[in-house]
Design a protein around this ligand. Structure first.
Ligand code: SF4
Length: 206
């Protein structure tokens, strides 16, 4: 679940002192997805690239450890925090164990965030690395693929170290963020975060 009050309390940035946002590189349009695409187009995140008082740092953790293109991977036996704490593994769809590389890339992402004084991360949900609200439980290509609530390995590393993360689907949080950046932005109060959607509530029974 996102910490919407954190977004509400973010400072008002200026071009001289921009808000420092870490973004999944694919969300910013970099073709770093497993298949050398940008995993689709998400205007909710791309919009953040258009402000002169926002400094976006792009980082693709999986590209850092495994290059592009590469296999798909998912977490088996838990969530990202379980991987970091040794209770779950990351396997590619062909069964190769990527756990160590995923932990390394999460540490690199944290280093980037700290070095750049990141104030908020906007990451691609569902990814075994960048997901923050929902990820797959086990292989996403399984006949009965299963979702779970939780963060991927890199998002979990950031969250564990105090860096707030929202996803491109957290539309209510993003509305608050746009308003913080652009005083002329009128907040659309009908927008909701991912954990408030009907799909999420009915799938997870919350
Ligand atoms: S690891 Fe993150 S930044 Fe890289 S392609 Fe996957 S979701 Fe995008």
């Amino acid at each position: 679940m996102t910490d919407i009050s954190y977004v509400q309390q973010l400072r008002k940035p200026t071009p001289e002192d921009p808000l420092r946002i870490l973004m999944s590189a694919c969300l910013a349009g970099t073709a770093c997805g497993y298949d050398s695409t940008a995993n689709g187009t998400y205007p909710s995140a791309l919009k953040l690239l258009g402000y002169d008082n926002v400094s976006v740092v792009r980082f693709c953790p999986e590209d850092y450890s495994f290059g592009t293109p590469r296999e798909m991977c998912d977490i088996h036996g838990g969530t990202g925090i379980d991987v970091l704490e040794g209770r779950a593994r990351v396997l590619t769809d062909s069964g190769i164990d990527w756990t160590d590389g995923m932990i390394r890339e999460s540490e690199k992402m944290l280093e980037v965030a700290k070095n750049d004084g990141i104030e908020l991360a906007v990451l691609m949900d569902i990814s075994a690395a960048c997901g923050s609200q929902v990820i797959y439980s086990g292989n996403r290509f399984a006949e009965n693929k299963v979702y779970q609530i939780g963060a991927g390995v890199c998002a979990a590393q950031l969250i564990k170290n105090g860096i707030k993360v929202i996803s491109q689907r957290d539309y209510a949080s993003l509305e608050l963020l746009y308003a913080k950046i652009d005083p002329s932005h009128a907040i659309d109060a009908t927008k909701i975060d991912h954990h408030e959607t009907e799909w999420y509530k009915s799938y997870f029974g919350t």
